[in-house]
Design a protein around this ligand. Sequence first.
Ligand code: DP6
Length: 324
Amino acid sequence: MAARAIAGSNIALAKYWGKSDVRLNLPAVPSISMTLDTLTTETVVEFGSVRKDRVTINGKRATPKEKARVVELLERVRAKANIREAATVVSRNNFPTAAGLASSASGFAALAAASLAAAGVDATTKRVSRFARQSSASAARSVFGGFAELPAGMRGDSRLCAKPLFGPSHWKVALVVAVTAKGPKKVGSTVGMERSRKTSPLYAAWLEKAPGLARKVRSGLRNRDLSKLGAAMEQSTTLFHSCAMSALPPIYYWQPPTLAVLHAVSQLREAGVEVYATMDAGPHVKALCLEQEVRRVARRLKKVEGVLEVLVARPGSGLLIDEP
Ligand code: DP6
């Protein structure tokens, strides 16, 4: 009763921010992402080897908070498989988690796949995506390689899952990630989006605009039109960050180097390089460009004061599952 899964993290090009159903963890808006090749999580789950669930993340025992989220998913898998055995979960990211880069997406996708397979449940992509989505909605998209979409969820729609849009070879683009701070973020996305929904006067505008921005991102992707996709992606980012900043109390995910990188991206564009920025619930900036511009973009972003490290990720493959 053991299985191993590897999933790539993903970065949203059209952002998910806000829930339509908190209990079922359904997103209020559609989101579209690119699965990353270089930032992956490998998770092994074995049922029946211990008397109580045991969770190890990056070689360390999980904190009570981390463990609670893992156990919640294991409980859903046990209910589905009709088993009661406890599990050992060993999970490892191949990227520095200290940098606070999105690890929950690859983490919950790999955990959902490995635990379903280990419990003897058919780990179809739809089912894995649905199980992962309930833990962390962005994780639903990491099940697929290339580019994937998670539609908005109508209240009560417990079966919502992501769907693949285009495979990894669809387009030679890359994300150049400028790491601007160490350590985990202060306000997690779940808390940040709930506070935005409840208190930001801009949240209504976000709900109104997000579906149109996702449509533009989707059509920009389909036609490999970087300027169309990039403009929509940047507005999706600034609008959701504006919701966070105008919440009560306000949430500032940006750090001083964040703004400096955003200016560097604008300057590159003025100099004729097609590059667009996006950010998540943290201070790092991810710059999307064509493969042939990666070196120039990376060189420029490395020079920005306060940038600690620059990573490059390309469209990655979907989930890998094996049962030893
Ligand atoms: C800004 O998927 O981490 O990265 O469903 O509450 O776990 P929960 O939130 P999560 O939110 C991700 C938000 C984002 C944008 C995105 O990835 O779409």
